[in-house]
Design a binder for this molecule. Structure first.
Ligand code: SF4
Length: 316
């Protein structure tokens, strides 16, 4: 996988099983700059869509990888930024749907552009759409998601509600809990009514797994997530899940073990950020992030925040 620029994985993903990632935007274009973002701060805060790369470049990587007919639960648009910013997404979706019909297609999105009808109609062929909504008041939205100036959380909620009306596939809504900010009673109440209005098939509660963009962001305890789930369930009828923490699963992808080995070799000698590791090892940032997350949870890493980001070293 190391030779690919736009593909990463297949990785064992917490929400999608074995998933091949397609990254459609360069590092790091996004209309939001979330305080918990695991790929660090947004450098290009924008809502304008662009082609970014020649579409053929992405499609030929995909065709080359798919020649081996890999076992995958999903082909997933995700990456270091927001996939719907890529204006050729519809061409890519239609390529996957034409040539790899037996595979399921998922889209991870922050949902900001779903308020745009063109974007909405382009993503309808996906099998599962996993949008995010972390806040329902403008004030908390700005604190947590730090949107581009002018973006309104109400528009995002409207876009998601419209998606539900037009889209026949599954919508799994992710709600990222930032303790003390998004989980006040007032905010949870607003969020619950927004989710009721959106009516996704599933709600997934998530929280921090490895240091995010800002060091004051803390993980919510499992107990707290369970309380939030109980609170949400009082009014919502769809299933609500706390995203299970999966363990690193060697064997799912033989390359993962190799990457763990490379990461260990590198950070035992010199503390590095996820971005350093990605550049040095020529491995997609998301793949590095996933592995760091698991290693961190297993207590194998020491993380230290410096001006340039979070530096990881290996605990002896
Ligand atoms: S978490 Fe997602 S939406 Fe938020 S800044 Fe990072 S890439 Fe953008």
């Amino acid at each position: 996988m190391m030779k690919y620029k736009h593909l990463f994985g297949p990785v064992a993903s917490r929400r999608l099983g074995i998933s091949l990632g397609i990254d459609l935007v360069p590092y790091k274009y996004c209309p939001l700059n979330c305080v918990y973002c695991e790929v660090q701060s947004t450098t290009h805060l924008q809502t304008e869509r662009q082609r970014f790369f020649p579409t053929s470049e992405i499609l030929s990587e995909l065709d080359s990888f798919m020649q081996s007919e890999p076992h995958l639960d999903f082909i997933t648009f995700s990456g270091a930024g927001e996939p719907t910013l890529n204006s050729s997404i519809s061409e890519i979706i239609s390529h996957v749907k034409t040539h790899y019909r037996e595979y399921k297609l998922a889209l991870l999105t922050n949902g900001v552009l779903l308020n745009n009808d063109e974007v909405l109609s382009e993503i309808l062929p996906c099998d599962v759409i996993l949008p995010s909504l972390d806040a329902a008041s403008q004030d908390v939205y700005e604190k947590v998601n730090r949107p581009k100036a002018g973006l309104l959380v109400q528009d995002q909620i409207k876009g998601l509600t419209r998606l539900r009306k037009l889209y026949r596939g599954q919508i799994w809504l992710e709600v990222f809990i930032v303790p003390g900010i998004t989980d006040t009673e007032a905010e949870l109440k607003l969020l619950r009514s927004a989710i009721k209005q959106i009516s996704p098939d599933l709600v997934q509660l998530n929280s921090l797994d490895r240091p995010g963009a800002e060091d004051w962001v803390e993980a919510a305890s499992t107990e707290r997530l369970k309380e939030i789930k109980r609170y949400m369930s009082q009014e919502l009828t769809m299933p609500i899940e706390i995203i299970a923490k999966i363990k690193y699963q060697p064997g799912i992808n033989a390359l993962d073990e190799e990457i763990v080995h490379l990461i260990k070799g590198t950070i035992s000698r010199r503390p590095s950020t996820a971005e350093d590791l990605s550049a040095m090892l020529d491995i997609h940032i998301n793949e590095i992030s996933k592995i760091l997350r698991v290693l961190n949870r297993e207590g194998k890493l020491r993380a230290e925040r410096k001006a340039r980001g979070v530096f990881y070293s290996w605990k002896a």
